[in-house]
Design a protein around this ligand. Structure first.
Ligand SMILES: [Zn+2]
Ligand SMILES: [Zn+2]
Length: 301
């Protein structure tokens, strides 16, 4: 059952408009062309907002894998909202459902249910956004109790409009097209976590789902593609971790590197990372070699 007002429903319904606008708007670049400056603009906007999605919406507001001030949450959420991927309440509500019911019937975007194969891929990538799943069942109370975050959530479309207008003022239709293109690429990279990272890749950790560590998705999403680790250790601020030859191996995770920078600036603290003992204990393959090395050697007769 939905637990929010008609005004909130209207705000969420409005959220279906930006994805249509930026997909269609991307076609502008075919008429304007892209200069070196506007190509850099595409990547700059992509990178900044990708880092914001992962570090603020996902690792901070949803999983509380580190601590930061309200100001960091608020400013970060405005940056994320400019990506046209909805506000913090909507986002967290869906993501918590995903973790609670991963790859089972109530998962809002699994590639394994209710469809499989190519239909499952399409459902998890975009189909679920065009279904009744769009409306979250229950909004997270902590975000709802923060009046600033709640306001950003309901007015999620404003930062998107403002960044689009700023892009136009900066470089006319060419930069507006670059903004739309960057936003479209970012939309699809976010969705690859829901689709590809539950289909392809390795599973170094024992989880009761189909989450995978996928290096392509990790590259596109500044570290979120190490998704099997994430499902195994949801409150870890570091996702780039695997197990090789019974040893813990750390993988490139630009979002975690960004969090370390925030920490050095005093803007983030208490970054949570599992111990190597916890990681090895959760390794999918029984870690007999490591275990036997820790046991006392048998006494010689
Ligand atoms: Zn997942
Ligand atoms: Zn998560």
């Amino acid at each position: 059952m939905k637990s929010y007002s008609p005004l909130t429903s209207a705000s969420y319904l409005l959220g279906l408009v930006p994805p249509v606008v930026y997909h269609v708007g991307s076609l502008l670049v075919f008429t304007t062309g892209l200069s070196l400056g506007s190509i850099l603009f595409v990547f700059l906007l992509y990178f900044i907002r990708a880092i914001a999605i992962t570090s603020i919406y996902h690792r901070l507001i949803t999983h509380k894998s580190y601590q930061a001030s309200d100001l960091v949450k608020w400013i970060g959420s405005v940056v994320v909202a400019s990506a046209g991927q909805m506000g913090p309440s909507w986002w967290k509500a869906h993501h918590l459902n995903h973790h609670q019911y991963t790859d089972r019937e109530l998962d809002p975007h699994s590639p394994h249910t209710p469809f499989q194969g190519i239909r499952g891929f399409l459902w998890s990538h975009v189909g679920w956004l065009m279904s009744s799943q769009w409306f979250p069942t229950k909004l997270p109370s902590d975000v709802e109790n923060d009046r600033v975050l709640k306001t950003i959530d309901r007015l999620h479309f404003l930062p998107f409009i403002i960044l689009g207008a700023a892009s136009y003022l900066l470089g006319g239709l060419e930069y507006l097209g670059a903004f739309f293109l960057s936003t479209t690429l970012l939309f699809h990279s976010t969705q690859t976590v829901n689709s590809l990272a539950h289909l392809f890749g390795d599973q170094p950790f024992a989880t009761e789902d189909q989450s995978r560590n996928n290096s392509l998705v990790a590259f596109l999403t500044v570290g979120e593609g190490w998704h099997n680790l994430h499902h195994a250790f949801q409150s870890s601020s570091r996702h780039g971790i695997t197990i090789r030859n019974s040893k813990v191996v750390y993988l490139p995770d630009p979002t975690f590197s960004f969090l370390k920078v925030l920490e050095s600036l005093g803007l983030a603290s208490k970054l949570r990372v599992p111990t190597e003992a916890d990681l090895l204990a959760c390794a999918k393959t029984p870690n007999l070699q490591a275990l036997s090395s820790r046991l006392p050697a048998p006494e010689e007769s």
